[in-house]
Design a protein around this ligand. Structure first.
Ligand SMILES: *[C@@H]1O[C@H](CO)[C@@H](O)[C@H](O)[C@H]1NC(C)=O
Ligand SMILES: *[C@@H]1O[C@H](CO)[C@@H](O)[C@H](O)[C@H]1NC(C)=O
Ligand SMILES: *[C@@H]1O[C@H](CO)[C@@H](O)[C@H](O)[C@H]1NC(C)=O
Ligand SMILES: *[C@@H]1O[C@H](CO)[C@@H](O)[C@H](O)[C@H]1NC(C)=O
Ligand SMILES: *[C@@H]1O[C@H](CO)[C@@H](O)[C@H](O)[C@H]1NC(C)=O
Ligand SMILES: *[C@@H]1O[C@H](CO)[C@@H](O)[C@H](O)[C@H]1NC(C)=O
Length: 434
């Protein structure tokens, strides 16, 4: 599986907030000077929703607008209550800030993408983010508040199903694979056993030894973890829906399979009968607590976040109650808190202990590495130092050109000679070429 490449950038989360405490704001100017400070406006929900059976809450993500302009500051992970009491909506609580976005559209472009899956026993939250043209499958460890990159998915249709006990995982790539653990690092995937060859999936569920998959041609199959390097024809076709070529969610509850896309949430029994349609709402993602399905509607989409998406729930049908109306449980709104531009601190978000990088009229403050003297993040090579021999690499890190040696604030050709070829410098070591 050499297709998987490790990306070395660290994407770290912290629980400390650069939020100015005190009275609530309604306008950016109350927080400081925009674009260094802003008052949170409406929340743009991120893709993905997961149910946390430990606290019976939902996990969602999002990024606030400023009160006057578009998306501002960090993406956040939130806890959303499932119960709508007393006619009000569910309550949203900020849990963690996600650091590491690089919104400059260069090689290092990095943005949070979605909440992928939650494993309640291990307390692992899987997310994906997008970096330098690839999707990165990563684990956000809530105990240490760090994000660990697991796999670079780059365009491969990639699906992961973990069993309830969190002891085994199947994943779909070009083929269906088994690993005897819950994924924590890239090597877990490299040691996988091939169960079915070639099969591409857009949804996968592992339940005991049963593997349910959905495919891009609207077919649903049943497989088994005992198969080894089986051909695709060993998968049993259980259901077909020609309108199910896209998938935004795939769940099994008791003897029913539910799947979602822009056409709503539909289901069928594991025997391939009893088709149901739970809602016609266009679905961006869904999850379940076993009694209800919770979902985010598609809304209008800007990059990784949905504008005007809302969270709803629908109670799963039982033989006695065939259809249930969805309930609106959360409409994104402002929390009326001030937020500093990424990396800035201070009462009015005026402090940057590092280098200020600008893109699209928005500043980001990145720390200076005390050893190299370079900023931790760069957009262009000019951000790194005045040296001609430094490059802002594809991970948005400052790096000396090949052959040059880093010294504080500069890259030098320490024991050789700078030779320019077609305008490109190299440091040639005469001793080693003799
Ligand atoms: C956030 O701002 C953008 C740009 O102004 C706007 O298109 C979008 O609808 C806003 N999102 C919400 C949730 O209001
Ligand atoms: C229910 O709502 C009413 C009116 O909004 C409010 O006065 C009351 O305190 C609420 N009760 C609870 C338990 O939240
Ligand atoms: C890979 O799998 C083999 C056999 O299942 C096992 O013996 C070995 O320890 C595994 N290696 C790693 C790095 O997990
Ligand atoms: C799986 O079977 C194919 C032939 O169908 C064979 O070429 C391949 O080496 C086998 N792979 C493994 C891992 O056994
Ligand atoms: C979905 O739309 C169809 C056709 O308009 C309608 O018959 C059906 O009742 C709707 N289903 C739900 C669950 O709203
Ligand atoms: C040239 O490179 C060799 C091996 O990389 C190194 O040992 C040597 O010190 C270098 N010589 C000079 C003059 O830099």
């Amino acid at each position: 599986m050499k297709k998987f490449k490790l990306i070395l950038n660290l994407f770290v989360l912290t629980t400390t907030f650069n939020i100015i405490y005190g009275s609530q704001c309604t306008q950016d100017y109350q927080c400081g000077t925009y674009p260094y400070a802003a008052c949170n406006g409406a929340l743009n929900l991120g893709y993905g929703i997961a149910y946390n059976s430990n606290n019976k809450n939902l996990i969602v993500s999002g990024k606030y607008n400023s009160s006057d302009y578009g998306p501002f500051g960090y993406p956040y992970i939130f806890d959303l209550s499932t119960n709508v009491n007393n006619g009000s909506e569910a309550t949203l609580e900020t849990k963690n800030k996600i650091s590491g976005e690089i919104l400059y559209p260069g090689a290092g472009f990095t943005t949070f993408y979605k909440i992928y899956q939650y494993a309640p026993i291990h307390n692992y939250l899987y997310i994906t983010f997008y970096q330098a043209g690839s999707n990165i499958y990563a684990m956000y460890d809530q105990a240490t508040s760090t994000i660990k990159q697991i796999l670079n998915i780059w365009g491969i249709p990639f699906t992961v199903g973990i069993n309830k006990e969190e002891t085994m995982t199947v994943f779909g790539e070009y083929g269906i694979y088994l690993i005897n653990t819950i994924p924590k690092e890239r090597s877990d995937f490299l040691n996988a056993t091939v169960l079915y060859q070639n099969q591409i999936t857009n949804g996968i569920i592992l339940d005991g030894k049963d593997i349910y998959i959905s495919t891009y041609d609207g077919k649903f199959y049943l497989g088994n973890t005992d198969c080894r390097n089986c051909t695709q024809d060993k998968l049993k076709l259980i259901y077909t829906d020609s309108s199910a070529q896209t998938s935004t969610g795939f769940l099994k509850v008791n003897d029913m399979i539910y799947y979602s896309n822009e056409g709503g949430i539909k289901g069928f029994s594991t025997q391939g009968d009893h088709p149901v349609q739970l809602t016609n709402d266009s679905i961006s993602s869904m999850t379940t607590d076993g009694e209800k399905i919770y979902y985010i509607t598609t809304g209008t989409t800007t990059s990784s976040f949905t504008n005007n998406g809302v969270v709803k729930s629908v109670t799963l049908p039982t033989p006695s109650s065939e259809s249930n109306k969805p309930t609106l449980i959360y409409t994104p709104k402002s929390d009326n808190q001030c937020q500093c531009a990424v990396g800035f601190t201070g009462d009015k978000c005026e402090k940057c202990d590092g280098k200020v990088l600008w893109f699209n009229g928005i500043p980001q403050c990145t720390p200076i590495n005390p050893v190299t003297g370079y900023p931790e993040t760069c957009y262009t090579s000019q951000d790194c130092s005045n040296s001609q021999f430094i490059n802002c690499n594809s991970n948005s890190h400052c790096e000396c050109l090949p052959g040059f040696t880093a010294t504080k604030n500069d890259c030098i050709c320490s024991n050789g000679e700078v030779v320019w070829t077609q305008g490109y410098p190299s440091c040639v070591n005469h001793t080693s070429t003799q």
